[in-house]
Design a protein around this ligand. Sequence first.
Ligand SMILES: Cc1cc2nc3c(=O)[nH]c(=O)nc-3n(C[C@H](O)[C@H](O)[C@H](O)COP(=O)(O)OP(=O)(O)OC[C@H]3O[C@@H](n4cnc5c(N)ncnc54)[C@H](O)[C@@H]3O)c2cc1C
Length: 411
Amino acid sequence: MSKHCVIIGAGIVGASCAWHLQRKGLDITLIDSELPGQSCTFGNAACISASSVIPFSYPGLIKKTPGWMLDPLGPMRIRPRDLPSLLPWFWKFWRVSNMPKVEAIAGMQALLMRTVAADYDEILAGAKATHLKVSRGAIHVYDTEKEYLAEQWKRDLSARLGFETQRLEPAQLKAMVPSLKLEDGVAMLMPDWQHLLNPAKATELIAEHCFTNGGKWLQDRITSASANSSGVHLQTESGRRIKADKLVVAAGAWSNFIAEQLDHKVSMIAKRGYHAMLSNPGIDLRYPVMSLSRVFVMTPLEDGLRIAGTAEFAALDAAPDYRRAKALLKQASHYLEGLQVDDASEWMGSRPMMADSIPVISMSPRHQNVFYAFGHGHYGLTQGPTTGRIISAMVAGHEPEIDLAAFRFDR
Ligand SMILES: Cc1cc2nc3c(=O)[nH]c(=O)nc-3n(C[C@H](O)[C@H](O)[C@H](O)COP(=O)(O)OP(=O)(O)OC[C@H]3O[C@@H](n4cnc5c(N)ncnc54)[C@H](O)[C@@H]3O)c2cc1C
């Protein structure tokens, strides 16, 4: 008889876990209080950014933050009233900002990033969703040569790990993105990047593919979880009791609520981001364009242009501050000639952000039938299918293909 496995969370990570677990022959139930792909997965910048291996905590970052923080609508903000509860996380974040740690973390990220393209090809082909992926690369820009040179170490480290960038001549850039104004800036092509035309739709199709093959769907919130050697016991908000043989916790920024009942909390916070979506931008952008000076991305999607970014450190349930999404429109207008910003819709989402920038892909330290897949921060869309493949192998008891020590829950 096949084992029953419950997956909590139907974002890109949970849906990918469900898809792979079903292929391994498990009897799966995917549970979420929202429909598949509706939380953080819904509104991200849609980039499959395989070369993004550099962690967010690195030497010199601290010098940049006062400038960012002084601008109330700049790329980073900490809500003062939430600061005390965030301090332990910031302490751990600062502790990994030295070069040996940065190099080690980048190496760990590269272990996952090397297979994301193949993992996406596999899952989208299976879910009949290949039409939603564009493999054209992306463009990164700096406003000045000085900023470009200051981050040479990041490109050198990425190159050592196998991820190259190509500096573009002004004429090449003009041909690729005619509407981009860069003046004295620097542009690079990121050949390893791909993007999805609709991340929510891709996630929905991955989940639906599981359901058409017999997987079960339950829209409900898990309120309590326990496990022992005979199985996993869950209760839902609507009063259901569910018993399973195995459990995968893929609840994104909310995963600590479940983890603390089964093991303990980990050092993860909600690093909130915003987007503004323009259904009639008035320009035609063929590539995602990321400004590394102003820290945001402009991505052409099937239903318009998405301008996404910002890092807001606040409590998970704090009200959104949509002025931050409006500020992104101003930043985009700085770069894009003729951009029409009148019909913008706004969104906020919570990145599940670990202090060391490395996701948790792990068996529970206490329960051999509980597995964790969360904490992907800025790269959950990129790493979701890869995480799903690795988790499914772990649940099936196979030896991992890569050393997963750095991804352990109790690292
Ligand atoms: C502005 C912005 C831009 C981004 N751009 C990119 C990008 O370009 N590329 C990239 O790779 N990543 C990007 N990200 C990050 C990416 O979106 C996230 O890492 C990813 O979506 C996380 O996926 P997830 O499945 O872990 O979480 P989610 O998509 O948040 O899904 C978790 C799900 O768990 C459910 N859940 C939680 N608790 C319970 C419970 N108790 N019971 C039932 N259900 C529960 C929630 O309802 C939710 O649907 C961006 C993020 C933001 C905010």
